[in-house]
Ligand binder design. Structure first.
Ligand code: HEC
Length: 452
């Protein structure tokens, strides 16, 4: 009965809108939606092709906006809404979609200018607000032609005391050539005496055999052992000897569609005095001209020492093989967590053949929960899903990451369906990564970090 009533009310509202009883106008009804959900990308000099800040900018795009909004192509959001609760959930509400539909189908009235909401401001393009410090690489030159380049550039932080970072934003200097970038913290070198007596590590030697370096890029040998089922044992698909979380010092990433790294309230990342910031930048030679880049990272420091250290663990399968033409190759990876923690975000990362990725947790009592499901992955939208509230994970819980790849001609992004694909850093090869941000669950933080 209750359901039926709601359906009738919904139909009634639709009829009213069409009858023109409440013909939506731009200033009062549409602009607030665009300001809240769209202009963060659709303002001058940002990643979207057009600005949607004013009536005259928006009106010519009405038909395209209608299409993009009704199909939920915009704003970009790829998680199946049945699983998880995310603070950055970008989806429009049904009411907002109805307003856009009615306005774009109607007279597209401007409305009273006085009803226009205040325009959001963008500080010099920094989405996190004005950084306390900006650290940039020295200008980096790229020749007109050649393969993609992975540059690794270390820059001294100049920090003379330990710093807690509450938010970090990596900004490409030259958006035409910066495909994606990461910045890692390199702690000051350990005193030499600790390093001297290390015995040789056979696993590391084996990993070196598995890897090929071409220019600055690393790939897996075509004839390396194949492990698609990374869940046979924990961390099965990783490079031998590498530990989940080897990249734990990553502090910020720039990827298409990715928001800046803003750590949850009360948490922060530590950068020790004397550390370097190491930029890893993937350059694509897309312009056919010599180019220069000066990518930088902006940091906002925590006002107080945090209650909690924000941490990150990167899970990955490096040993998979995706046959040529295969429309649906499954690759998995599993990892057991050995301490109580709260997951604060999940990020699926694959390249152009990535099709779907699901994160499922099996708890010590045996029950399983899907934490995140991305059924139609899109390389152009590498979204970090920020859990709200953070998800409590007891020691002994096991995470399964289940990835699917489409290496067939039916995948419009596939650069070459005739190639057998293995792990590699270039976009034409593949990666199978799940990035997990978390904080330790301490008796003291349980009440503040998460109440379920
Ligand atoms: C995270 C950044 C981002 C947000 C948020 C966003 N867009 Fe976009 N939008 C883009 C980018 C980048 C493109 C161009 C690439 C593409 O089409 O995928 C685009 C393309 C479009 C297009 C052209 C689509 C086409 O088929 O050519 C329309 C229309 C559009 N956006 C409308 C919107 C509206 C309306 C909203 C808010 C309800 C919105 N966008 C939110 C980044 C964004």
């Amino acid at each position: 009965m209750k359901r039926l009533g709601a359906a009738i009310v919904a139909i009634g509202l639709g009829v009213l809108a069409h009858a023109g009883a409440a013909e939506p106008v731009f200033t009062r009804d549409v602009a607030p939606i665009l300001y809240q959900h769209c202009v963060v990308c659709h303002h001058p000099n940002d990643i979207a092709p057009m600005s949607l800040m004013t009536y005259s900018e928006v009106k010519p795009w009405a038909a395209a906006i209608r299409e993009a909004v009704l199909t939920r192509k915009m704003p970009p959001w790829l998680a199946d809404p049945r699983y998880g609760h995310w603070s950055n959930d970008a989806r429009l509400s049904d009411a907002e979609i109805a307003t856009i539909r009615a306005w774009t189908a109607g007279a597209k009235l401007e409305g009273d200018e006085k009803l226009m909401p205040p325009a959001p401001t963008f500080h010099d393009g920094w989405k996190i607000g004005k950084p306390d410090v900006v650290i940039a690489i020295p200008p980096h030159k790229l020749d007109a032609t050649g393969p993609d380049e992975y540059a690794y550039i270390s820059v001294p932080s100049g920090f003379t005391e330990d710093r807690w970072v509450a938010a970090a934003e990596l900004r490409p200097g030259n958006r035409r050539i910066v495909h994606h970038a990461h910045v890692f913290v390199e702690e000051p070198p350990e005193p030499a005496k600790n390093m001297a007596a290390k015995p040789p590590d056979p696993a590391r030697a084996f990993t070196q055999w598995i890897q090929i370096r071409r220019d600055s890029l690393t790939f897996v040998r075509p004839d390396a052992p194949v492990i698609d089922d990374g869940c046979a044992i924990d961390d099965n698909g990783r490079f031998p000897g590498s530990k989940a979380g080897d990249l734990g010092s990553l502090i910020s990433s720039y990827l298409p569609g990715r928001e800046p790294d803003v750590y949850p309230e009360g948490t922060a990342r530590l950068i020790r005095a004397g550390s370097n910031l190491k930029f890893q930048i993937h350059y694509s030679r897309t312009t056919g001209k010599p180019e220069t880049d000066s990518t930088s990272v902006g940091l906002i420091f925590a006002k107080h020492p945090p209650e909690q250290v924000a941490r990150r663990i990167d899970l990955a399968n490096h040993m998979f093989l995706i046959p040529a033409g295969d429309p649906d190759q499954e690759v998995t990876e599993c990892h057991t967590f050995h301490k109580d923690m709260y997951i604060t975000s999940l990020t699926p990362h694959m390249h152009l053949r990535g099709k779907a990725m699901r994160f499922t947790m099996t708890f010590p009592d045996g029950h399983s929960e899907t934490l995140l499901d991305v059924p139609a992955y899109d390389f152009n939208w590498q979204i970090t899903y920020r859990a709200a509230p953070p998800i409590f994970i007891p020691a002994g819980a096991r995470l399964k990451i289940d990835a699917h790849f489409d290496n067939s001609v039916n995948n419009p992004r596939n650069p070459d369906a005739t190639r057998t694909i293995r792990w590699g850093e270039a976009s034409e090869t593949e990666m199978m990564d799940g990035w997990v941000e978390y904080v330790d669950a301490l008796p003291t933080n349980a009440p503040t970090i998460a109440k379920k």
